[in-house]
Design a protein around this ligand. Sequence first.
Ligand SMILES: Nc1ncnc2c1ncn2[C@@H]1O[C@H](COP(=O)(O)OP(=O)(O)OP(=O)(O)O)[C@@H](O)[C@H]1O
Ligand SMILES: [Mg+2]
Length: 294
Amino acid sequence: MPILKQLESRELVVVTGKGGVGKSSVAAALGVVMARAGRRVLVLEIDPRESVHQMLAAPPSDGEILRVAPSLYLQNLQPRQVLDQVVRERLRFQAIFQRVLESPIYQHFTEGAPGLKEMAILGHSLLLVEGKVPGADKFDTVILDAPATGHGVSLLAAPLLVSEVIRQGPIAHMTADVATFISSPERSGVVVVTLAEEMPVSEALELRQVMDERLDREPDLLVINALYPPFTAGEVDESADPLTALWRQRKDLNERELARLDEGWTGSRLELPLLAVEQGPALTEALAERMDGS
Ligand SMILES: Nc1ncnc2c1ncn2[C@@H]1O[C@H](COP(=O)(O)OP(=O)(O)OP(=O)(O)O)[C@@H](O)[C@H]1O
Ligand SMILES: [Mg+2]
């Protein structure tokens, strides 16, 4: 089965990779593809710089769930907001949660506890696909544009980390549910995005290794983004044409790194070209078309 068809049936797709490689662009395009395939999809962005709305021609979400196309929704949240929301959703009695949220102990704890914010992001994703977020209908798929800070693995390994520290109460409950959710290959998937450049490829290979060691899981798909196009203009004197020389150098780098991925990466991959298309919805559409056609 084509890999995108497999991903379509997942409830959670985590899009991760090094900073600036095109995670948000890929998450937005994947959202478009899946929504068109009939899934009710929410793209969840955890980034105060909020950029996915521009890619989907929508206003900023500002924490709300926004419908951006038939069957396609967007939400941007801050990790702290997510945590508060999860506490609110889990502790249903108003008087208690307000006191918890305002208590200095809670605030101190949530800033310091390793993995807790990441856990809350995954916990919120789980509530979204279970239809348990107040005021929101159930989603078939959440596409999580993973936060740029920290390693992708810190998000995926968060349930392990948190379960070592918190053993009782609503958070412990949520942790157990989330651990089951993200360790199930039927329910969740991981897409690693990279450029065919040295640092992003190293990070992608490392992520794969750590996922294997710590989570006993492989990423489902590698997206190699923004590849330089083949050159078709024939023989050119590169010493007289700096643009061609630049293109050749970038293309060579791409080829070297693709060869390194051939060695170190087994499993599905999708190559996307560097597109001379205006950033925003036009680029999202062009990427979605390529994803869909592959
Ligand atoms: N295939 C592509 N062709 C042309 N431009 C691209 C392509 N993919 C991404 N871009 C552009 O590259 C820039 C970085 O992409 P994007 O914001 O998706 O990366 P990111 O991994 O989410 O970054 P960050 O880690 O900062 O969140 C954006 O300006 C985007 O429009
Ligand atoms: Mg981004």
